[in-house]
Design a protein around this ligand. Structure first.
Ligand code: UGA
Length: 438
């Protein structure tokens, strides 16, 4: 099939490459000509394991091409995936739908054949209905364009495998034709047994928002338990493990620590709160305010603990920060809890050195103050305190004995509860964590 994918950020670039990889003829579209040039040359504009390989394979095979022209997109295919960003608005909690609207406004008047516009971006419930009116009022006479919603559940760092082998496909359609078309698009996955939920657009939009809200709630739940553990001497890591054995609860997303960040969970729960208010059911989801607050409290708790370990003052102290991205296996620093802690510690007068395996370039743009190091030992040299803020695999492999020889004082906060405290204590470190006994 011929498909276009409009918007080539994390979601769109991966979707375009994966759709080509399962055999479709794909045209990726973006207004950013630099990004388009990189993708056309088979280069991923961000760090995502596995993506460069499938980009190269499919651009070379001629199944994957890129353009900045919506006209070319309209001429190329009858199925158009919309994958542009829906960030939080600057003036409220709500989602900013400008990019989605701009795509629809640009594409609709150019369509010359009946078409299916399939939104994949995360949007407030009710968006498909609004966009349908917008499209209908702008298409040429005689052209029929349906809008469907097909939310995406991929995680950064696992985006390729999540797209090629998703847990489920959810499509929100208003006609049997749209349903058939999407079944054809995803036919190889359906053949492999992937669950396919076909529903109305509002339910499909809501599935995505509800899923991210549930995940965020799970994380804040365990972080709330971590606070109780700190007050009572219990251990949140063992607690999570024991809870996780209950199949109804499950261990996933019960890792307590610095909390969630990134371009999705934080803005999605806020946009949901805003949309629920509009629908006059704000009270039903008001617990998400608590979820957001608990999440932010972990950043404050980490800064407070760090200050306490340094004797009440950051000024004149050197702090090593391990990790800048919002999670490992990503170079994304959007709403990164690690960078938020780093920024606060800098603001309070500490001299910090930040290490991250992939995120330094992006981190420097957001937080230009500190020194950034490409070597962990260098970042930790003469440090009065080491903060482990993003649980990259290589930090777990660090040798605490070697590291203790370069720091000024072997003090560490494992704000991701990902290191083995016994190992570090044996090597002479004073280790603190969130929700674990001293
Ligand atoms: C999230 C969802 O997991 C995806 O299913 C969804 O498709 C995506 O948002 C999206 O809306 O596009 P992502 O933002 O890539 O994916 O990251 P997650 O793996 O969900 O992690 C989010 C944050 O939660 C990270 O900062 C991570 O460190 C934190 N986290 C995760 C915890 O603090 N504890 C946990 O147990 C799990």
């Amino acid at each position: 099939m011929r498909l276009t994918v409009i918007g080539t950020g994390y979601l769109g670039a991966v979707h375009a490459a994966c759709m080509a990889d399962i055999g479709h003829d794909v045209l990726g579209v973006d207004t950013d000509s630099g990004k388009i040039a990189a993708l056309a040359a088979g280069r991923a504009p961000f760090f995502e394991p596995g993506l460069p390989e499938i980009l190269i394979r499919n651009t070379r095979a001629g199944r994957l091409r890129f353009t900045t022209s919506l006209q070319e997109a309209a001429d190329f295919a009858d199925v158009h995936f919309v994958c542009v960003g829906t960030p939080q608005r600057a003036d409220s909690l709500a989602a900013d739908l400008r990019h989605v609207e701009a795509v629809v406004d640009g594409l609709a008047p150019l369509l010359t054949r009946d078409s299916l516009i399939v939104g994949k971006s995360t949007v407030p419930v009710g968006t498909t209905r609004t966009l349908t009116r917008r499209v209908t009022s702008q298409v040429r006479p005689g052209v029929d364009a349906e809008v469907a919603w097909n939310p995406e559940f991929l995680r950064e760092g696992f985006a390729v495998q999540d797209t090629l082998r998703p847990d489920r496909l959810v499509v929100g359609v208003t006609s049997p034709h749209a349903d058939r078309t999407l079944r054809d698009v995803y036919e190889p996955m359906l053949r492999a047994g992937v669950a396919y939920v076909s529903t109305d657009p509002a339910t499909a939009e809501l599935v995505k928002v509800a899923a991210n809200s549930f995940l965020a709630t799970k994380i804040s739940f365990i972080n709330a338990m971590a606070e109780v553990c700190d007050a009572s001497g219990a251990d949140v890591v063992t607690l999570a493990e024991a809870l996780g054995h209950d199949a109804r609860i499950g261990r996933a997303f019960l890792s307590a620590g610095l909390g969630f960040g990134g371009g999705c969970l934080p803005k999605d729960i806020r946009a949901f709160l805003a949309r629920a208010e509009e629908l006059q059911v704000g009270e039903a989801v008001s617990f998400l305010h608590q979820v957001d607050q608990i999440n932010h409290r972990q950043r404050r708790r980490t800064v407070d603990l760090a200050r306490h370990l340094l004797g009440g003052e950051f000024a004149g102290r050197r702090v090593a920060v391990l990790g800048a991205t919002f999670k490992p296996d990503s170079d994304d620093v959007r709403d990164s809890p690690a960078l938020a802690v780093a920024a606060e510690i800098v603001a309070q007068g500490a001299d910090i050195r930040v290490h991250d395996p992939e995120g330094i370039d992006n981190a420097q743009l957001v937080l230009p103050g500190p020194s950034y190091c490409t070597d962990v030992m260098e970042a930790c040299r003469d440090a009065d305190l080491v903060l482990h803020l993003t649980e990259w695999r290589q930090y777990r492999a660090l040798d605490p004995v070697k590291l203790s020889q370069v720091v000024r004082a072997p003090r560490m906060i494992d704000a991701r509860n990902a290191l083995d405290p016994a190992l570090w204590r044996e090597a002479g470190w004073h280790v603190r964590a969130l929700g674990r006994p001293v």
